[in-house]
Design a protein around this ligand. Structure first.
Ligand SMILES: Cc1cc2nc3c(=O)[nH]c(=O)nc-3n(C[C@H](O)[C@H](O)[C@H](O)COP(=O)(O)OP(=O)(O)OC[C@H]3O[C@@H](n4cnc5c(N)ncnc54)[C@H](O)[C@@H]3O)c2cc1C
Ligand SMILES: NC(=O)c1ccc[n+]([C@@H]2O[C@H](COP(=O)([O-])OP(=O)(O)OC[C@H]3O[C@@H](n4cnc5c(N)ncnc54)[C@H](OP(=O)(O)O)[C@@H]3O)[C@@H](O)[C@H]2O)c1
Length: 455
């Protein structure tokens, strides 16, 4: 009998998981709370879970950000916007015959264990049984609010709810957090505000988006060979950035001495140089409209936009089984729940340099191989030990901030997955030539479609 899996979410992770399950003969049903395909890339998504703002563009280059067997169509810009991303995911779903398998407006409310499988209940009260479940509900939907803003009486919102700059025209606005959301939002609003303040509590390296006329990732990938120690890579990134942006201290930031999540922006430094944005250190507290910073300075602002990151929530899992451990997840290889057989997770990571979307391919292929019994998992105790080792590595590699809970070193991670294929005697590389063939066929078909459109 054909096995059936429930997939929660029709974003990048859910679509990719469903496609890979189909490839091993498992029938997926995708549950999606909204009515559109593409998850967080859908601007004004009626799921209420997307943080996409009007000016959002992908920040990893398109050529390396597509799924491996489905390139962006020819003519796609280096960094597509939300409309192009949404179209891409819709095309992917159509191409791999996933659209008819999506149940829109279906929020998964609970998963319960039944004998060998799981009962999945949706918001309309309907329940259905499946052999397994793939959780792909995303981890960038629930805002993490900064406690320091408690006494603030002006307008407050999280970057998750930010859409357009117009409401901030003529105002003084503080953006808290210099992650990729914070720098995007600050650069977006600063041409209309009276003043934009950007608060960075930790050292940050703002890399240019392009170096020598090409995406900076193409330069970094040439220099950062896997055997190059991190101390040298950090030095190289700092030096390269200095060529384009000068020293971070010149603009009010502090240069990181440790490994940090890559931040890049095409115009932020110019806005600071033009004095549309003033960089401030960490915020200590707020009273009325006054904000107090860690260097003793204070500013009066009309609005605060907290770009302070996200919390993961998995409210539908069986009681007592949440893998959340602080901001980390107790999952084997970031995919397998040691206590819930045939429940897999996809997309719960922040790739540290590279594309999250491309990494979904690796996870989806891996979880499908497990579901199809091509990979034999270690015992639950061995998995828990591996999880502890992974957390210990994370603690050593990355700064001690909640933000780094899901950070993922892509090179090390792919090696971790590969070990399970080798241990199980499953030659993953054997499937690669097929993937490459599909890749070329799909690319050719899309080229033809594209030229048909342009004729
Ligand atoms: C602003 C921003 C920019 C980013 N830029 C990049 C980039 O440039 N490159 C890159 O590779 N990555 C980027 N990322 C990382 C991001 O993780 C990936 O791009 C990816 O799209 C996330 O896909 P996902 O499927 O994991 O999550 P989502 O896209 O969030 O999809 C999850 C889906 O699950 C649905 N859902 C949630 N709960 C339920 C439920 N209970 N029942 C039914 N459906 C549910 C949601 O409605 C949603 O459609 C960015 C992230 C953010 C926040
Ligand atoms: N264009 C794009 O493609 C794009 C745009 C936006 C986001 N993204 C991606 O989406 C993910 C989320 O990014 P994000 O920027 O929203 O979140 P994030 O990476 O978690 O960054 C949060 C920022 O807020 C700071 N912060 C958190 N709590 C704070 C507090 N209480 N007080 C002061 N500062 C605080 C953090 O500082 P510390 O470092 O000190 O913790 C950090 O600078 C990332 O993977 C990012 O790369 C991509």
């Amino acid at each position: 009998m054909v096995k059936r899996y429930a997939v929660i979410g029709a974003g990048a992770g859910g679509l990719c998981a469903a496609k890979n399950l189909l490839a091993v003969g498992i029938e997926p049903t995708i549950f999606e709370v909204g009515s559109r395909i593409g998850g967080l890339w859908v601007y004004n998504n009626d799921s209420g879970r997307s943080p996409a703002y009007r000016s959002l563009h992908i920040n990893s280059e398109a050529a390396v950000s597509s799924f491996v067997d489905f390139p962006f169509p020819e003519g796609t810009p280096l960094y597509p916007d939300t409309a192009q991303m949404e179209r891409y995911f819709r095309d992917y779903a159509e191409h791999f015959d996933l659209t008819r398998r999506i149940r829109f407006k279906s929020e998964v409310k609970s998963i319960e264990r039944t004998g060998d499988g799981y009962r999945v209940t949706t918001g309309d009260g309907k329940a259905e049984e499946f052999d397994g479940v793939v959780v792909a509900s995303g981890h960038q939907s629930i805002p993490r609010h900064p406690p320091q803003v408690e006494g603030f009486t002006g307008e407050y919102l999280h970057s998750h709810d930010y859409r357009v700059p117009e409401p901030y025209a003529g105002k003084k606005v503080l953006v808290i957090g210099a992650g990729n959301s914070g720098v995007d939002v600050a650069a977006d609003i600063c041409t209309v505000t009276e003043m934009t303040y950007l608060s960075a509590r930790s050292p940050v390296l703002i890399m240019p988006r392009l170096m020598f006329g090409v995406p900076q990732s193409r330069i970094l990938v040439k220099l950062e060979k896997p055997w190059v120690p991190w101390s040298l890579r950090i030095w190289m990134r700092n030096m390269l950035t200095r060529i384009f942006h000068g020293r971070m201290e010149q603009w009010g930031f502090r240069t990181p001495k440790t490994r940090t999540h890559p931040i890049s922006h095409p115009t932020l430094i110019s806005h600071i140089a033009w004095e549309r944005i003033k960089v401030k250190p960490g915020i200590e507290r707020a009273e009325g409209n006054q904000v107090f910073f860690s260097d003793g300075s204070q500013e009066t602002v009309d609005a605060i936009i907290a770009a302070t990151g996200y919390l993961t929530d998995l409210p539908f899992l069986p009681e007592g089984t949440s893998p959340l451990n602080g901001t980390r997840l107790d999952l084997y290889n970031r995919v397998v729940h040691p206590a819930l057989p045939n429940v897999f997770f996809i997309g719960y990571f922040d790739v540290s340099g590279g594309s999250n979307i491309r990494m979904m391919d690796d996870q989806a292929e891996y979880l499908s191989a497990i579901a199809a019994s091509k990979i034999k998992l270690p015992s639950p105790d061995e998995m828990r030990e591996a999880i502890r080792a992974d957390h210990a590595f994370q603690e050593k590699q990355f700064p001690n901030s909640p933000r780094y809970g899901l950070e993922l070193d892509p090179y090390r991670y792919r090696k971790m997955l590969a070990r399970d294929y080798v241990r199980s005697g499953t030659a993953r590389s054997a499937s690669k030539p097929m993937a490459m063939r599909v890749d070329r066929q799909v690319a050719e078909k899309r080229r033809q479609q594209n030229s048909e459109v342009s004729l």
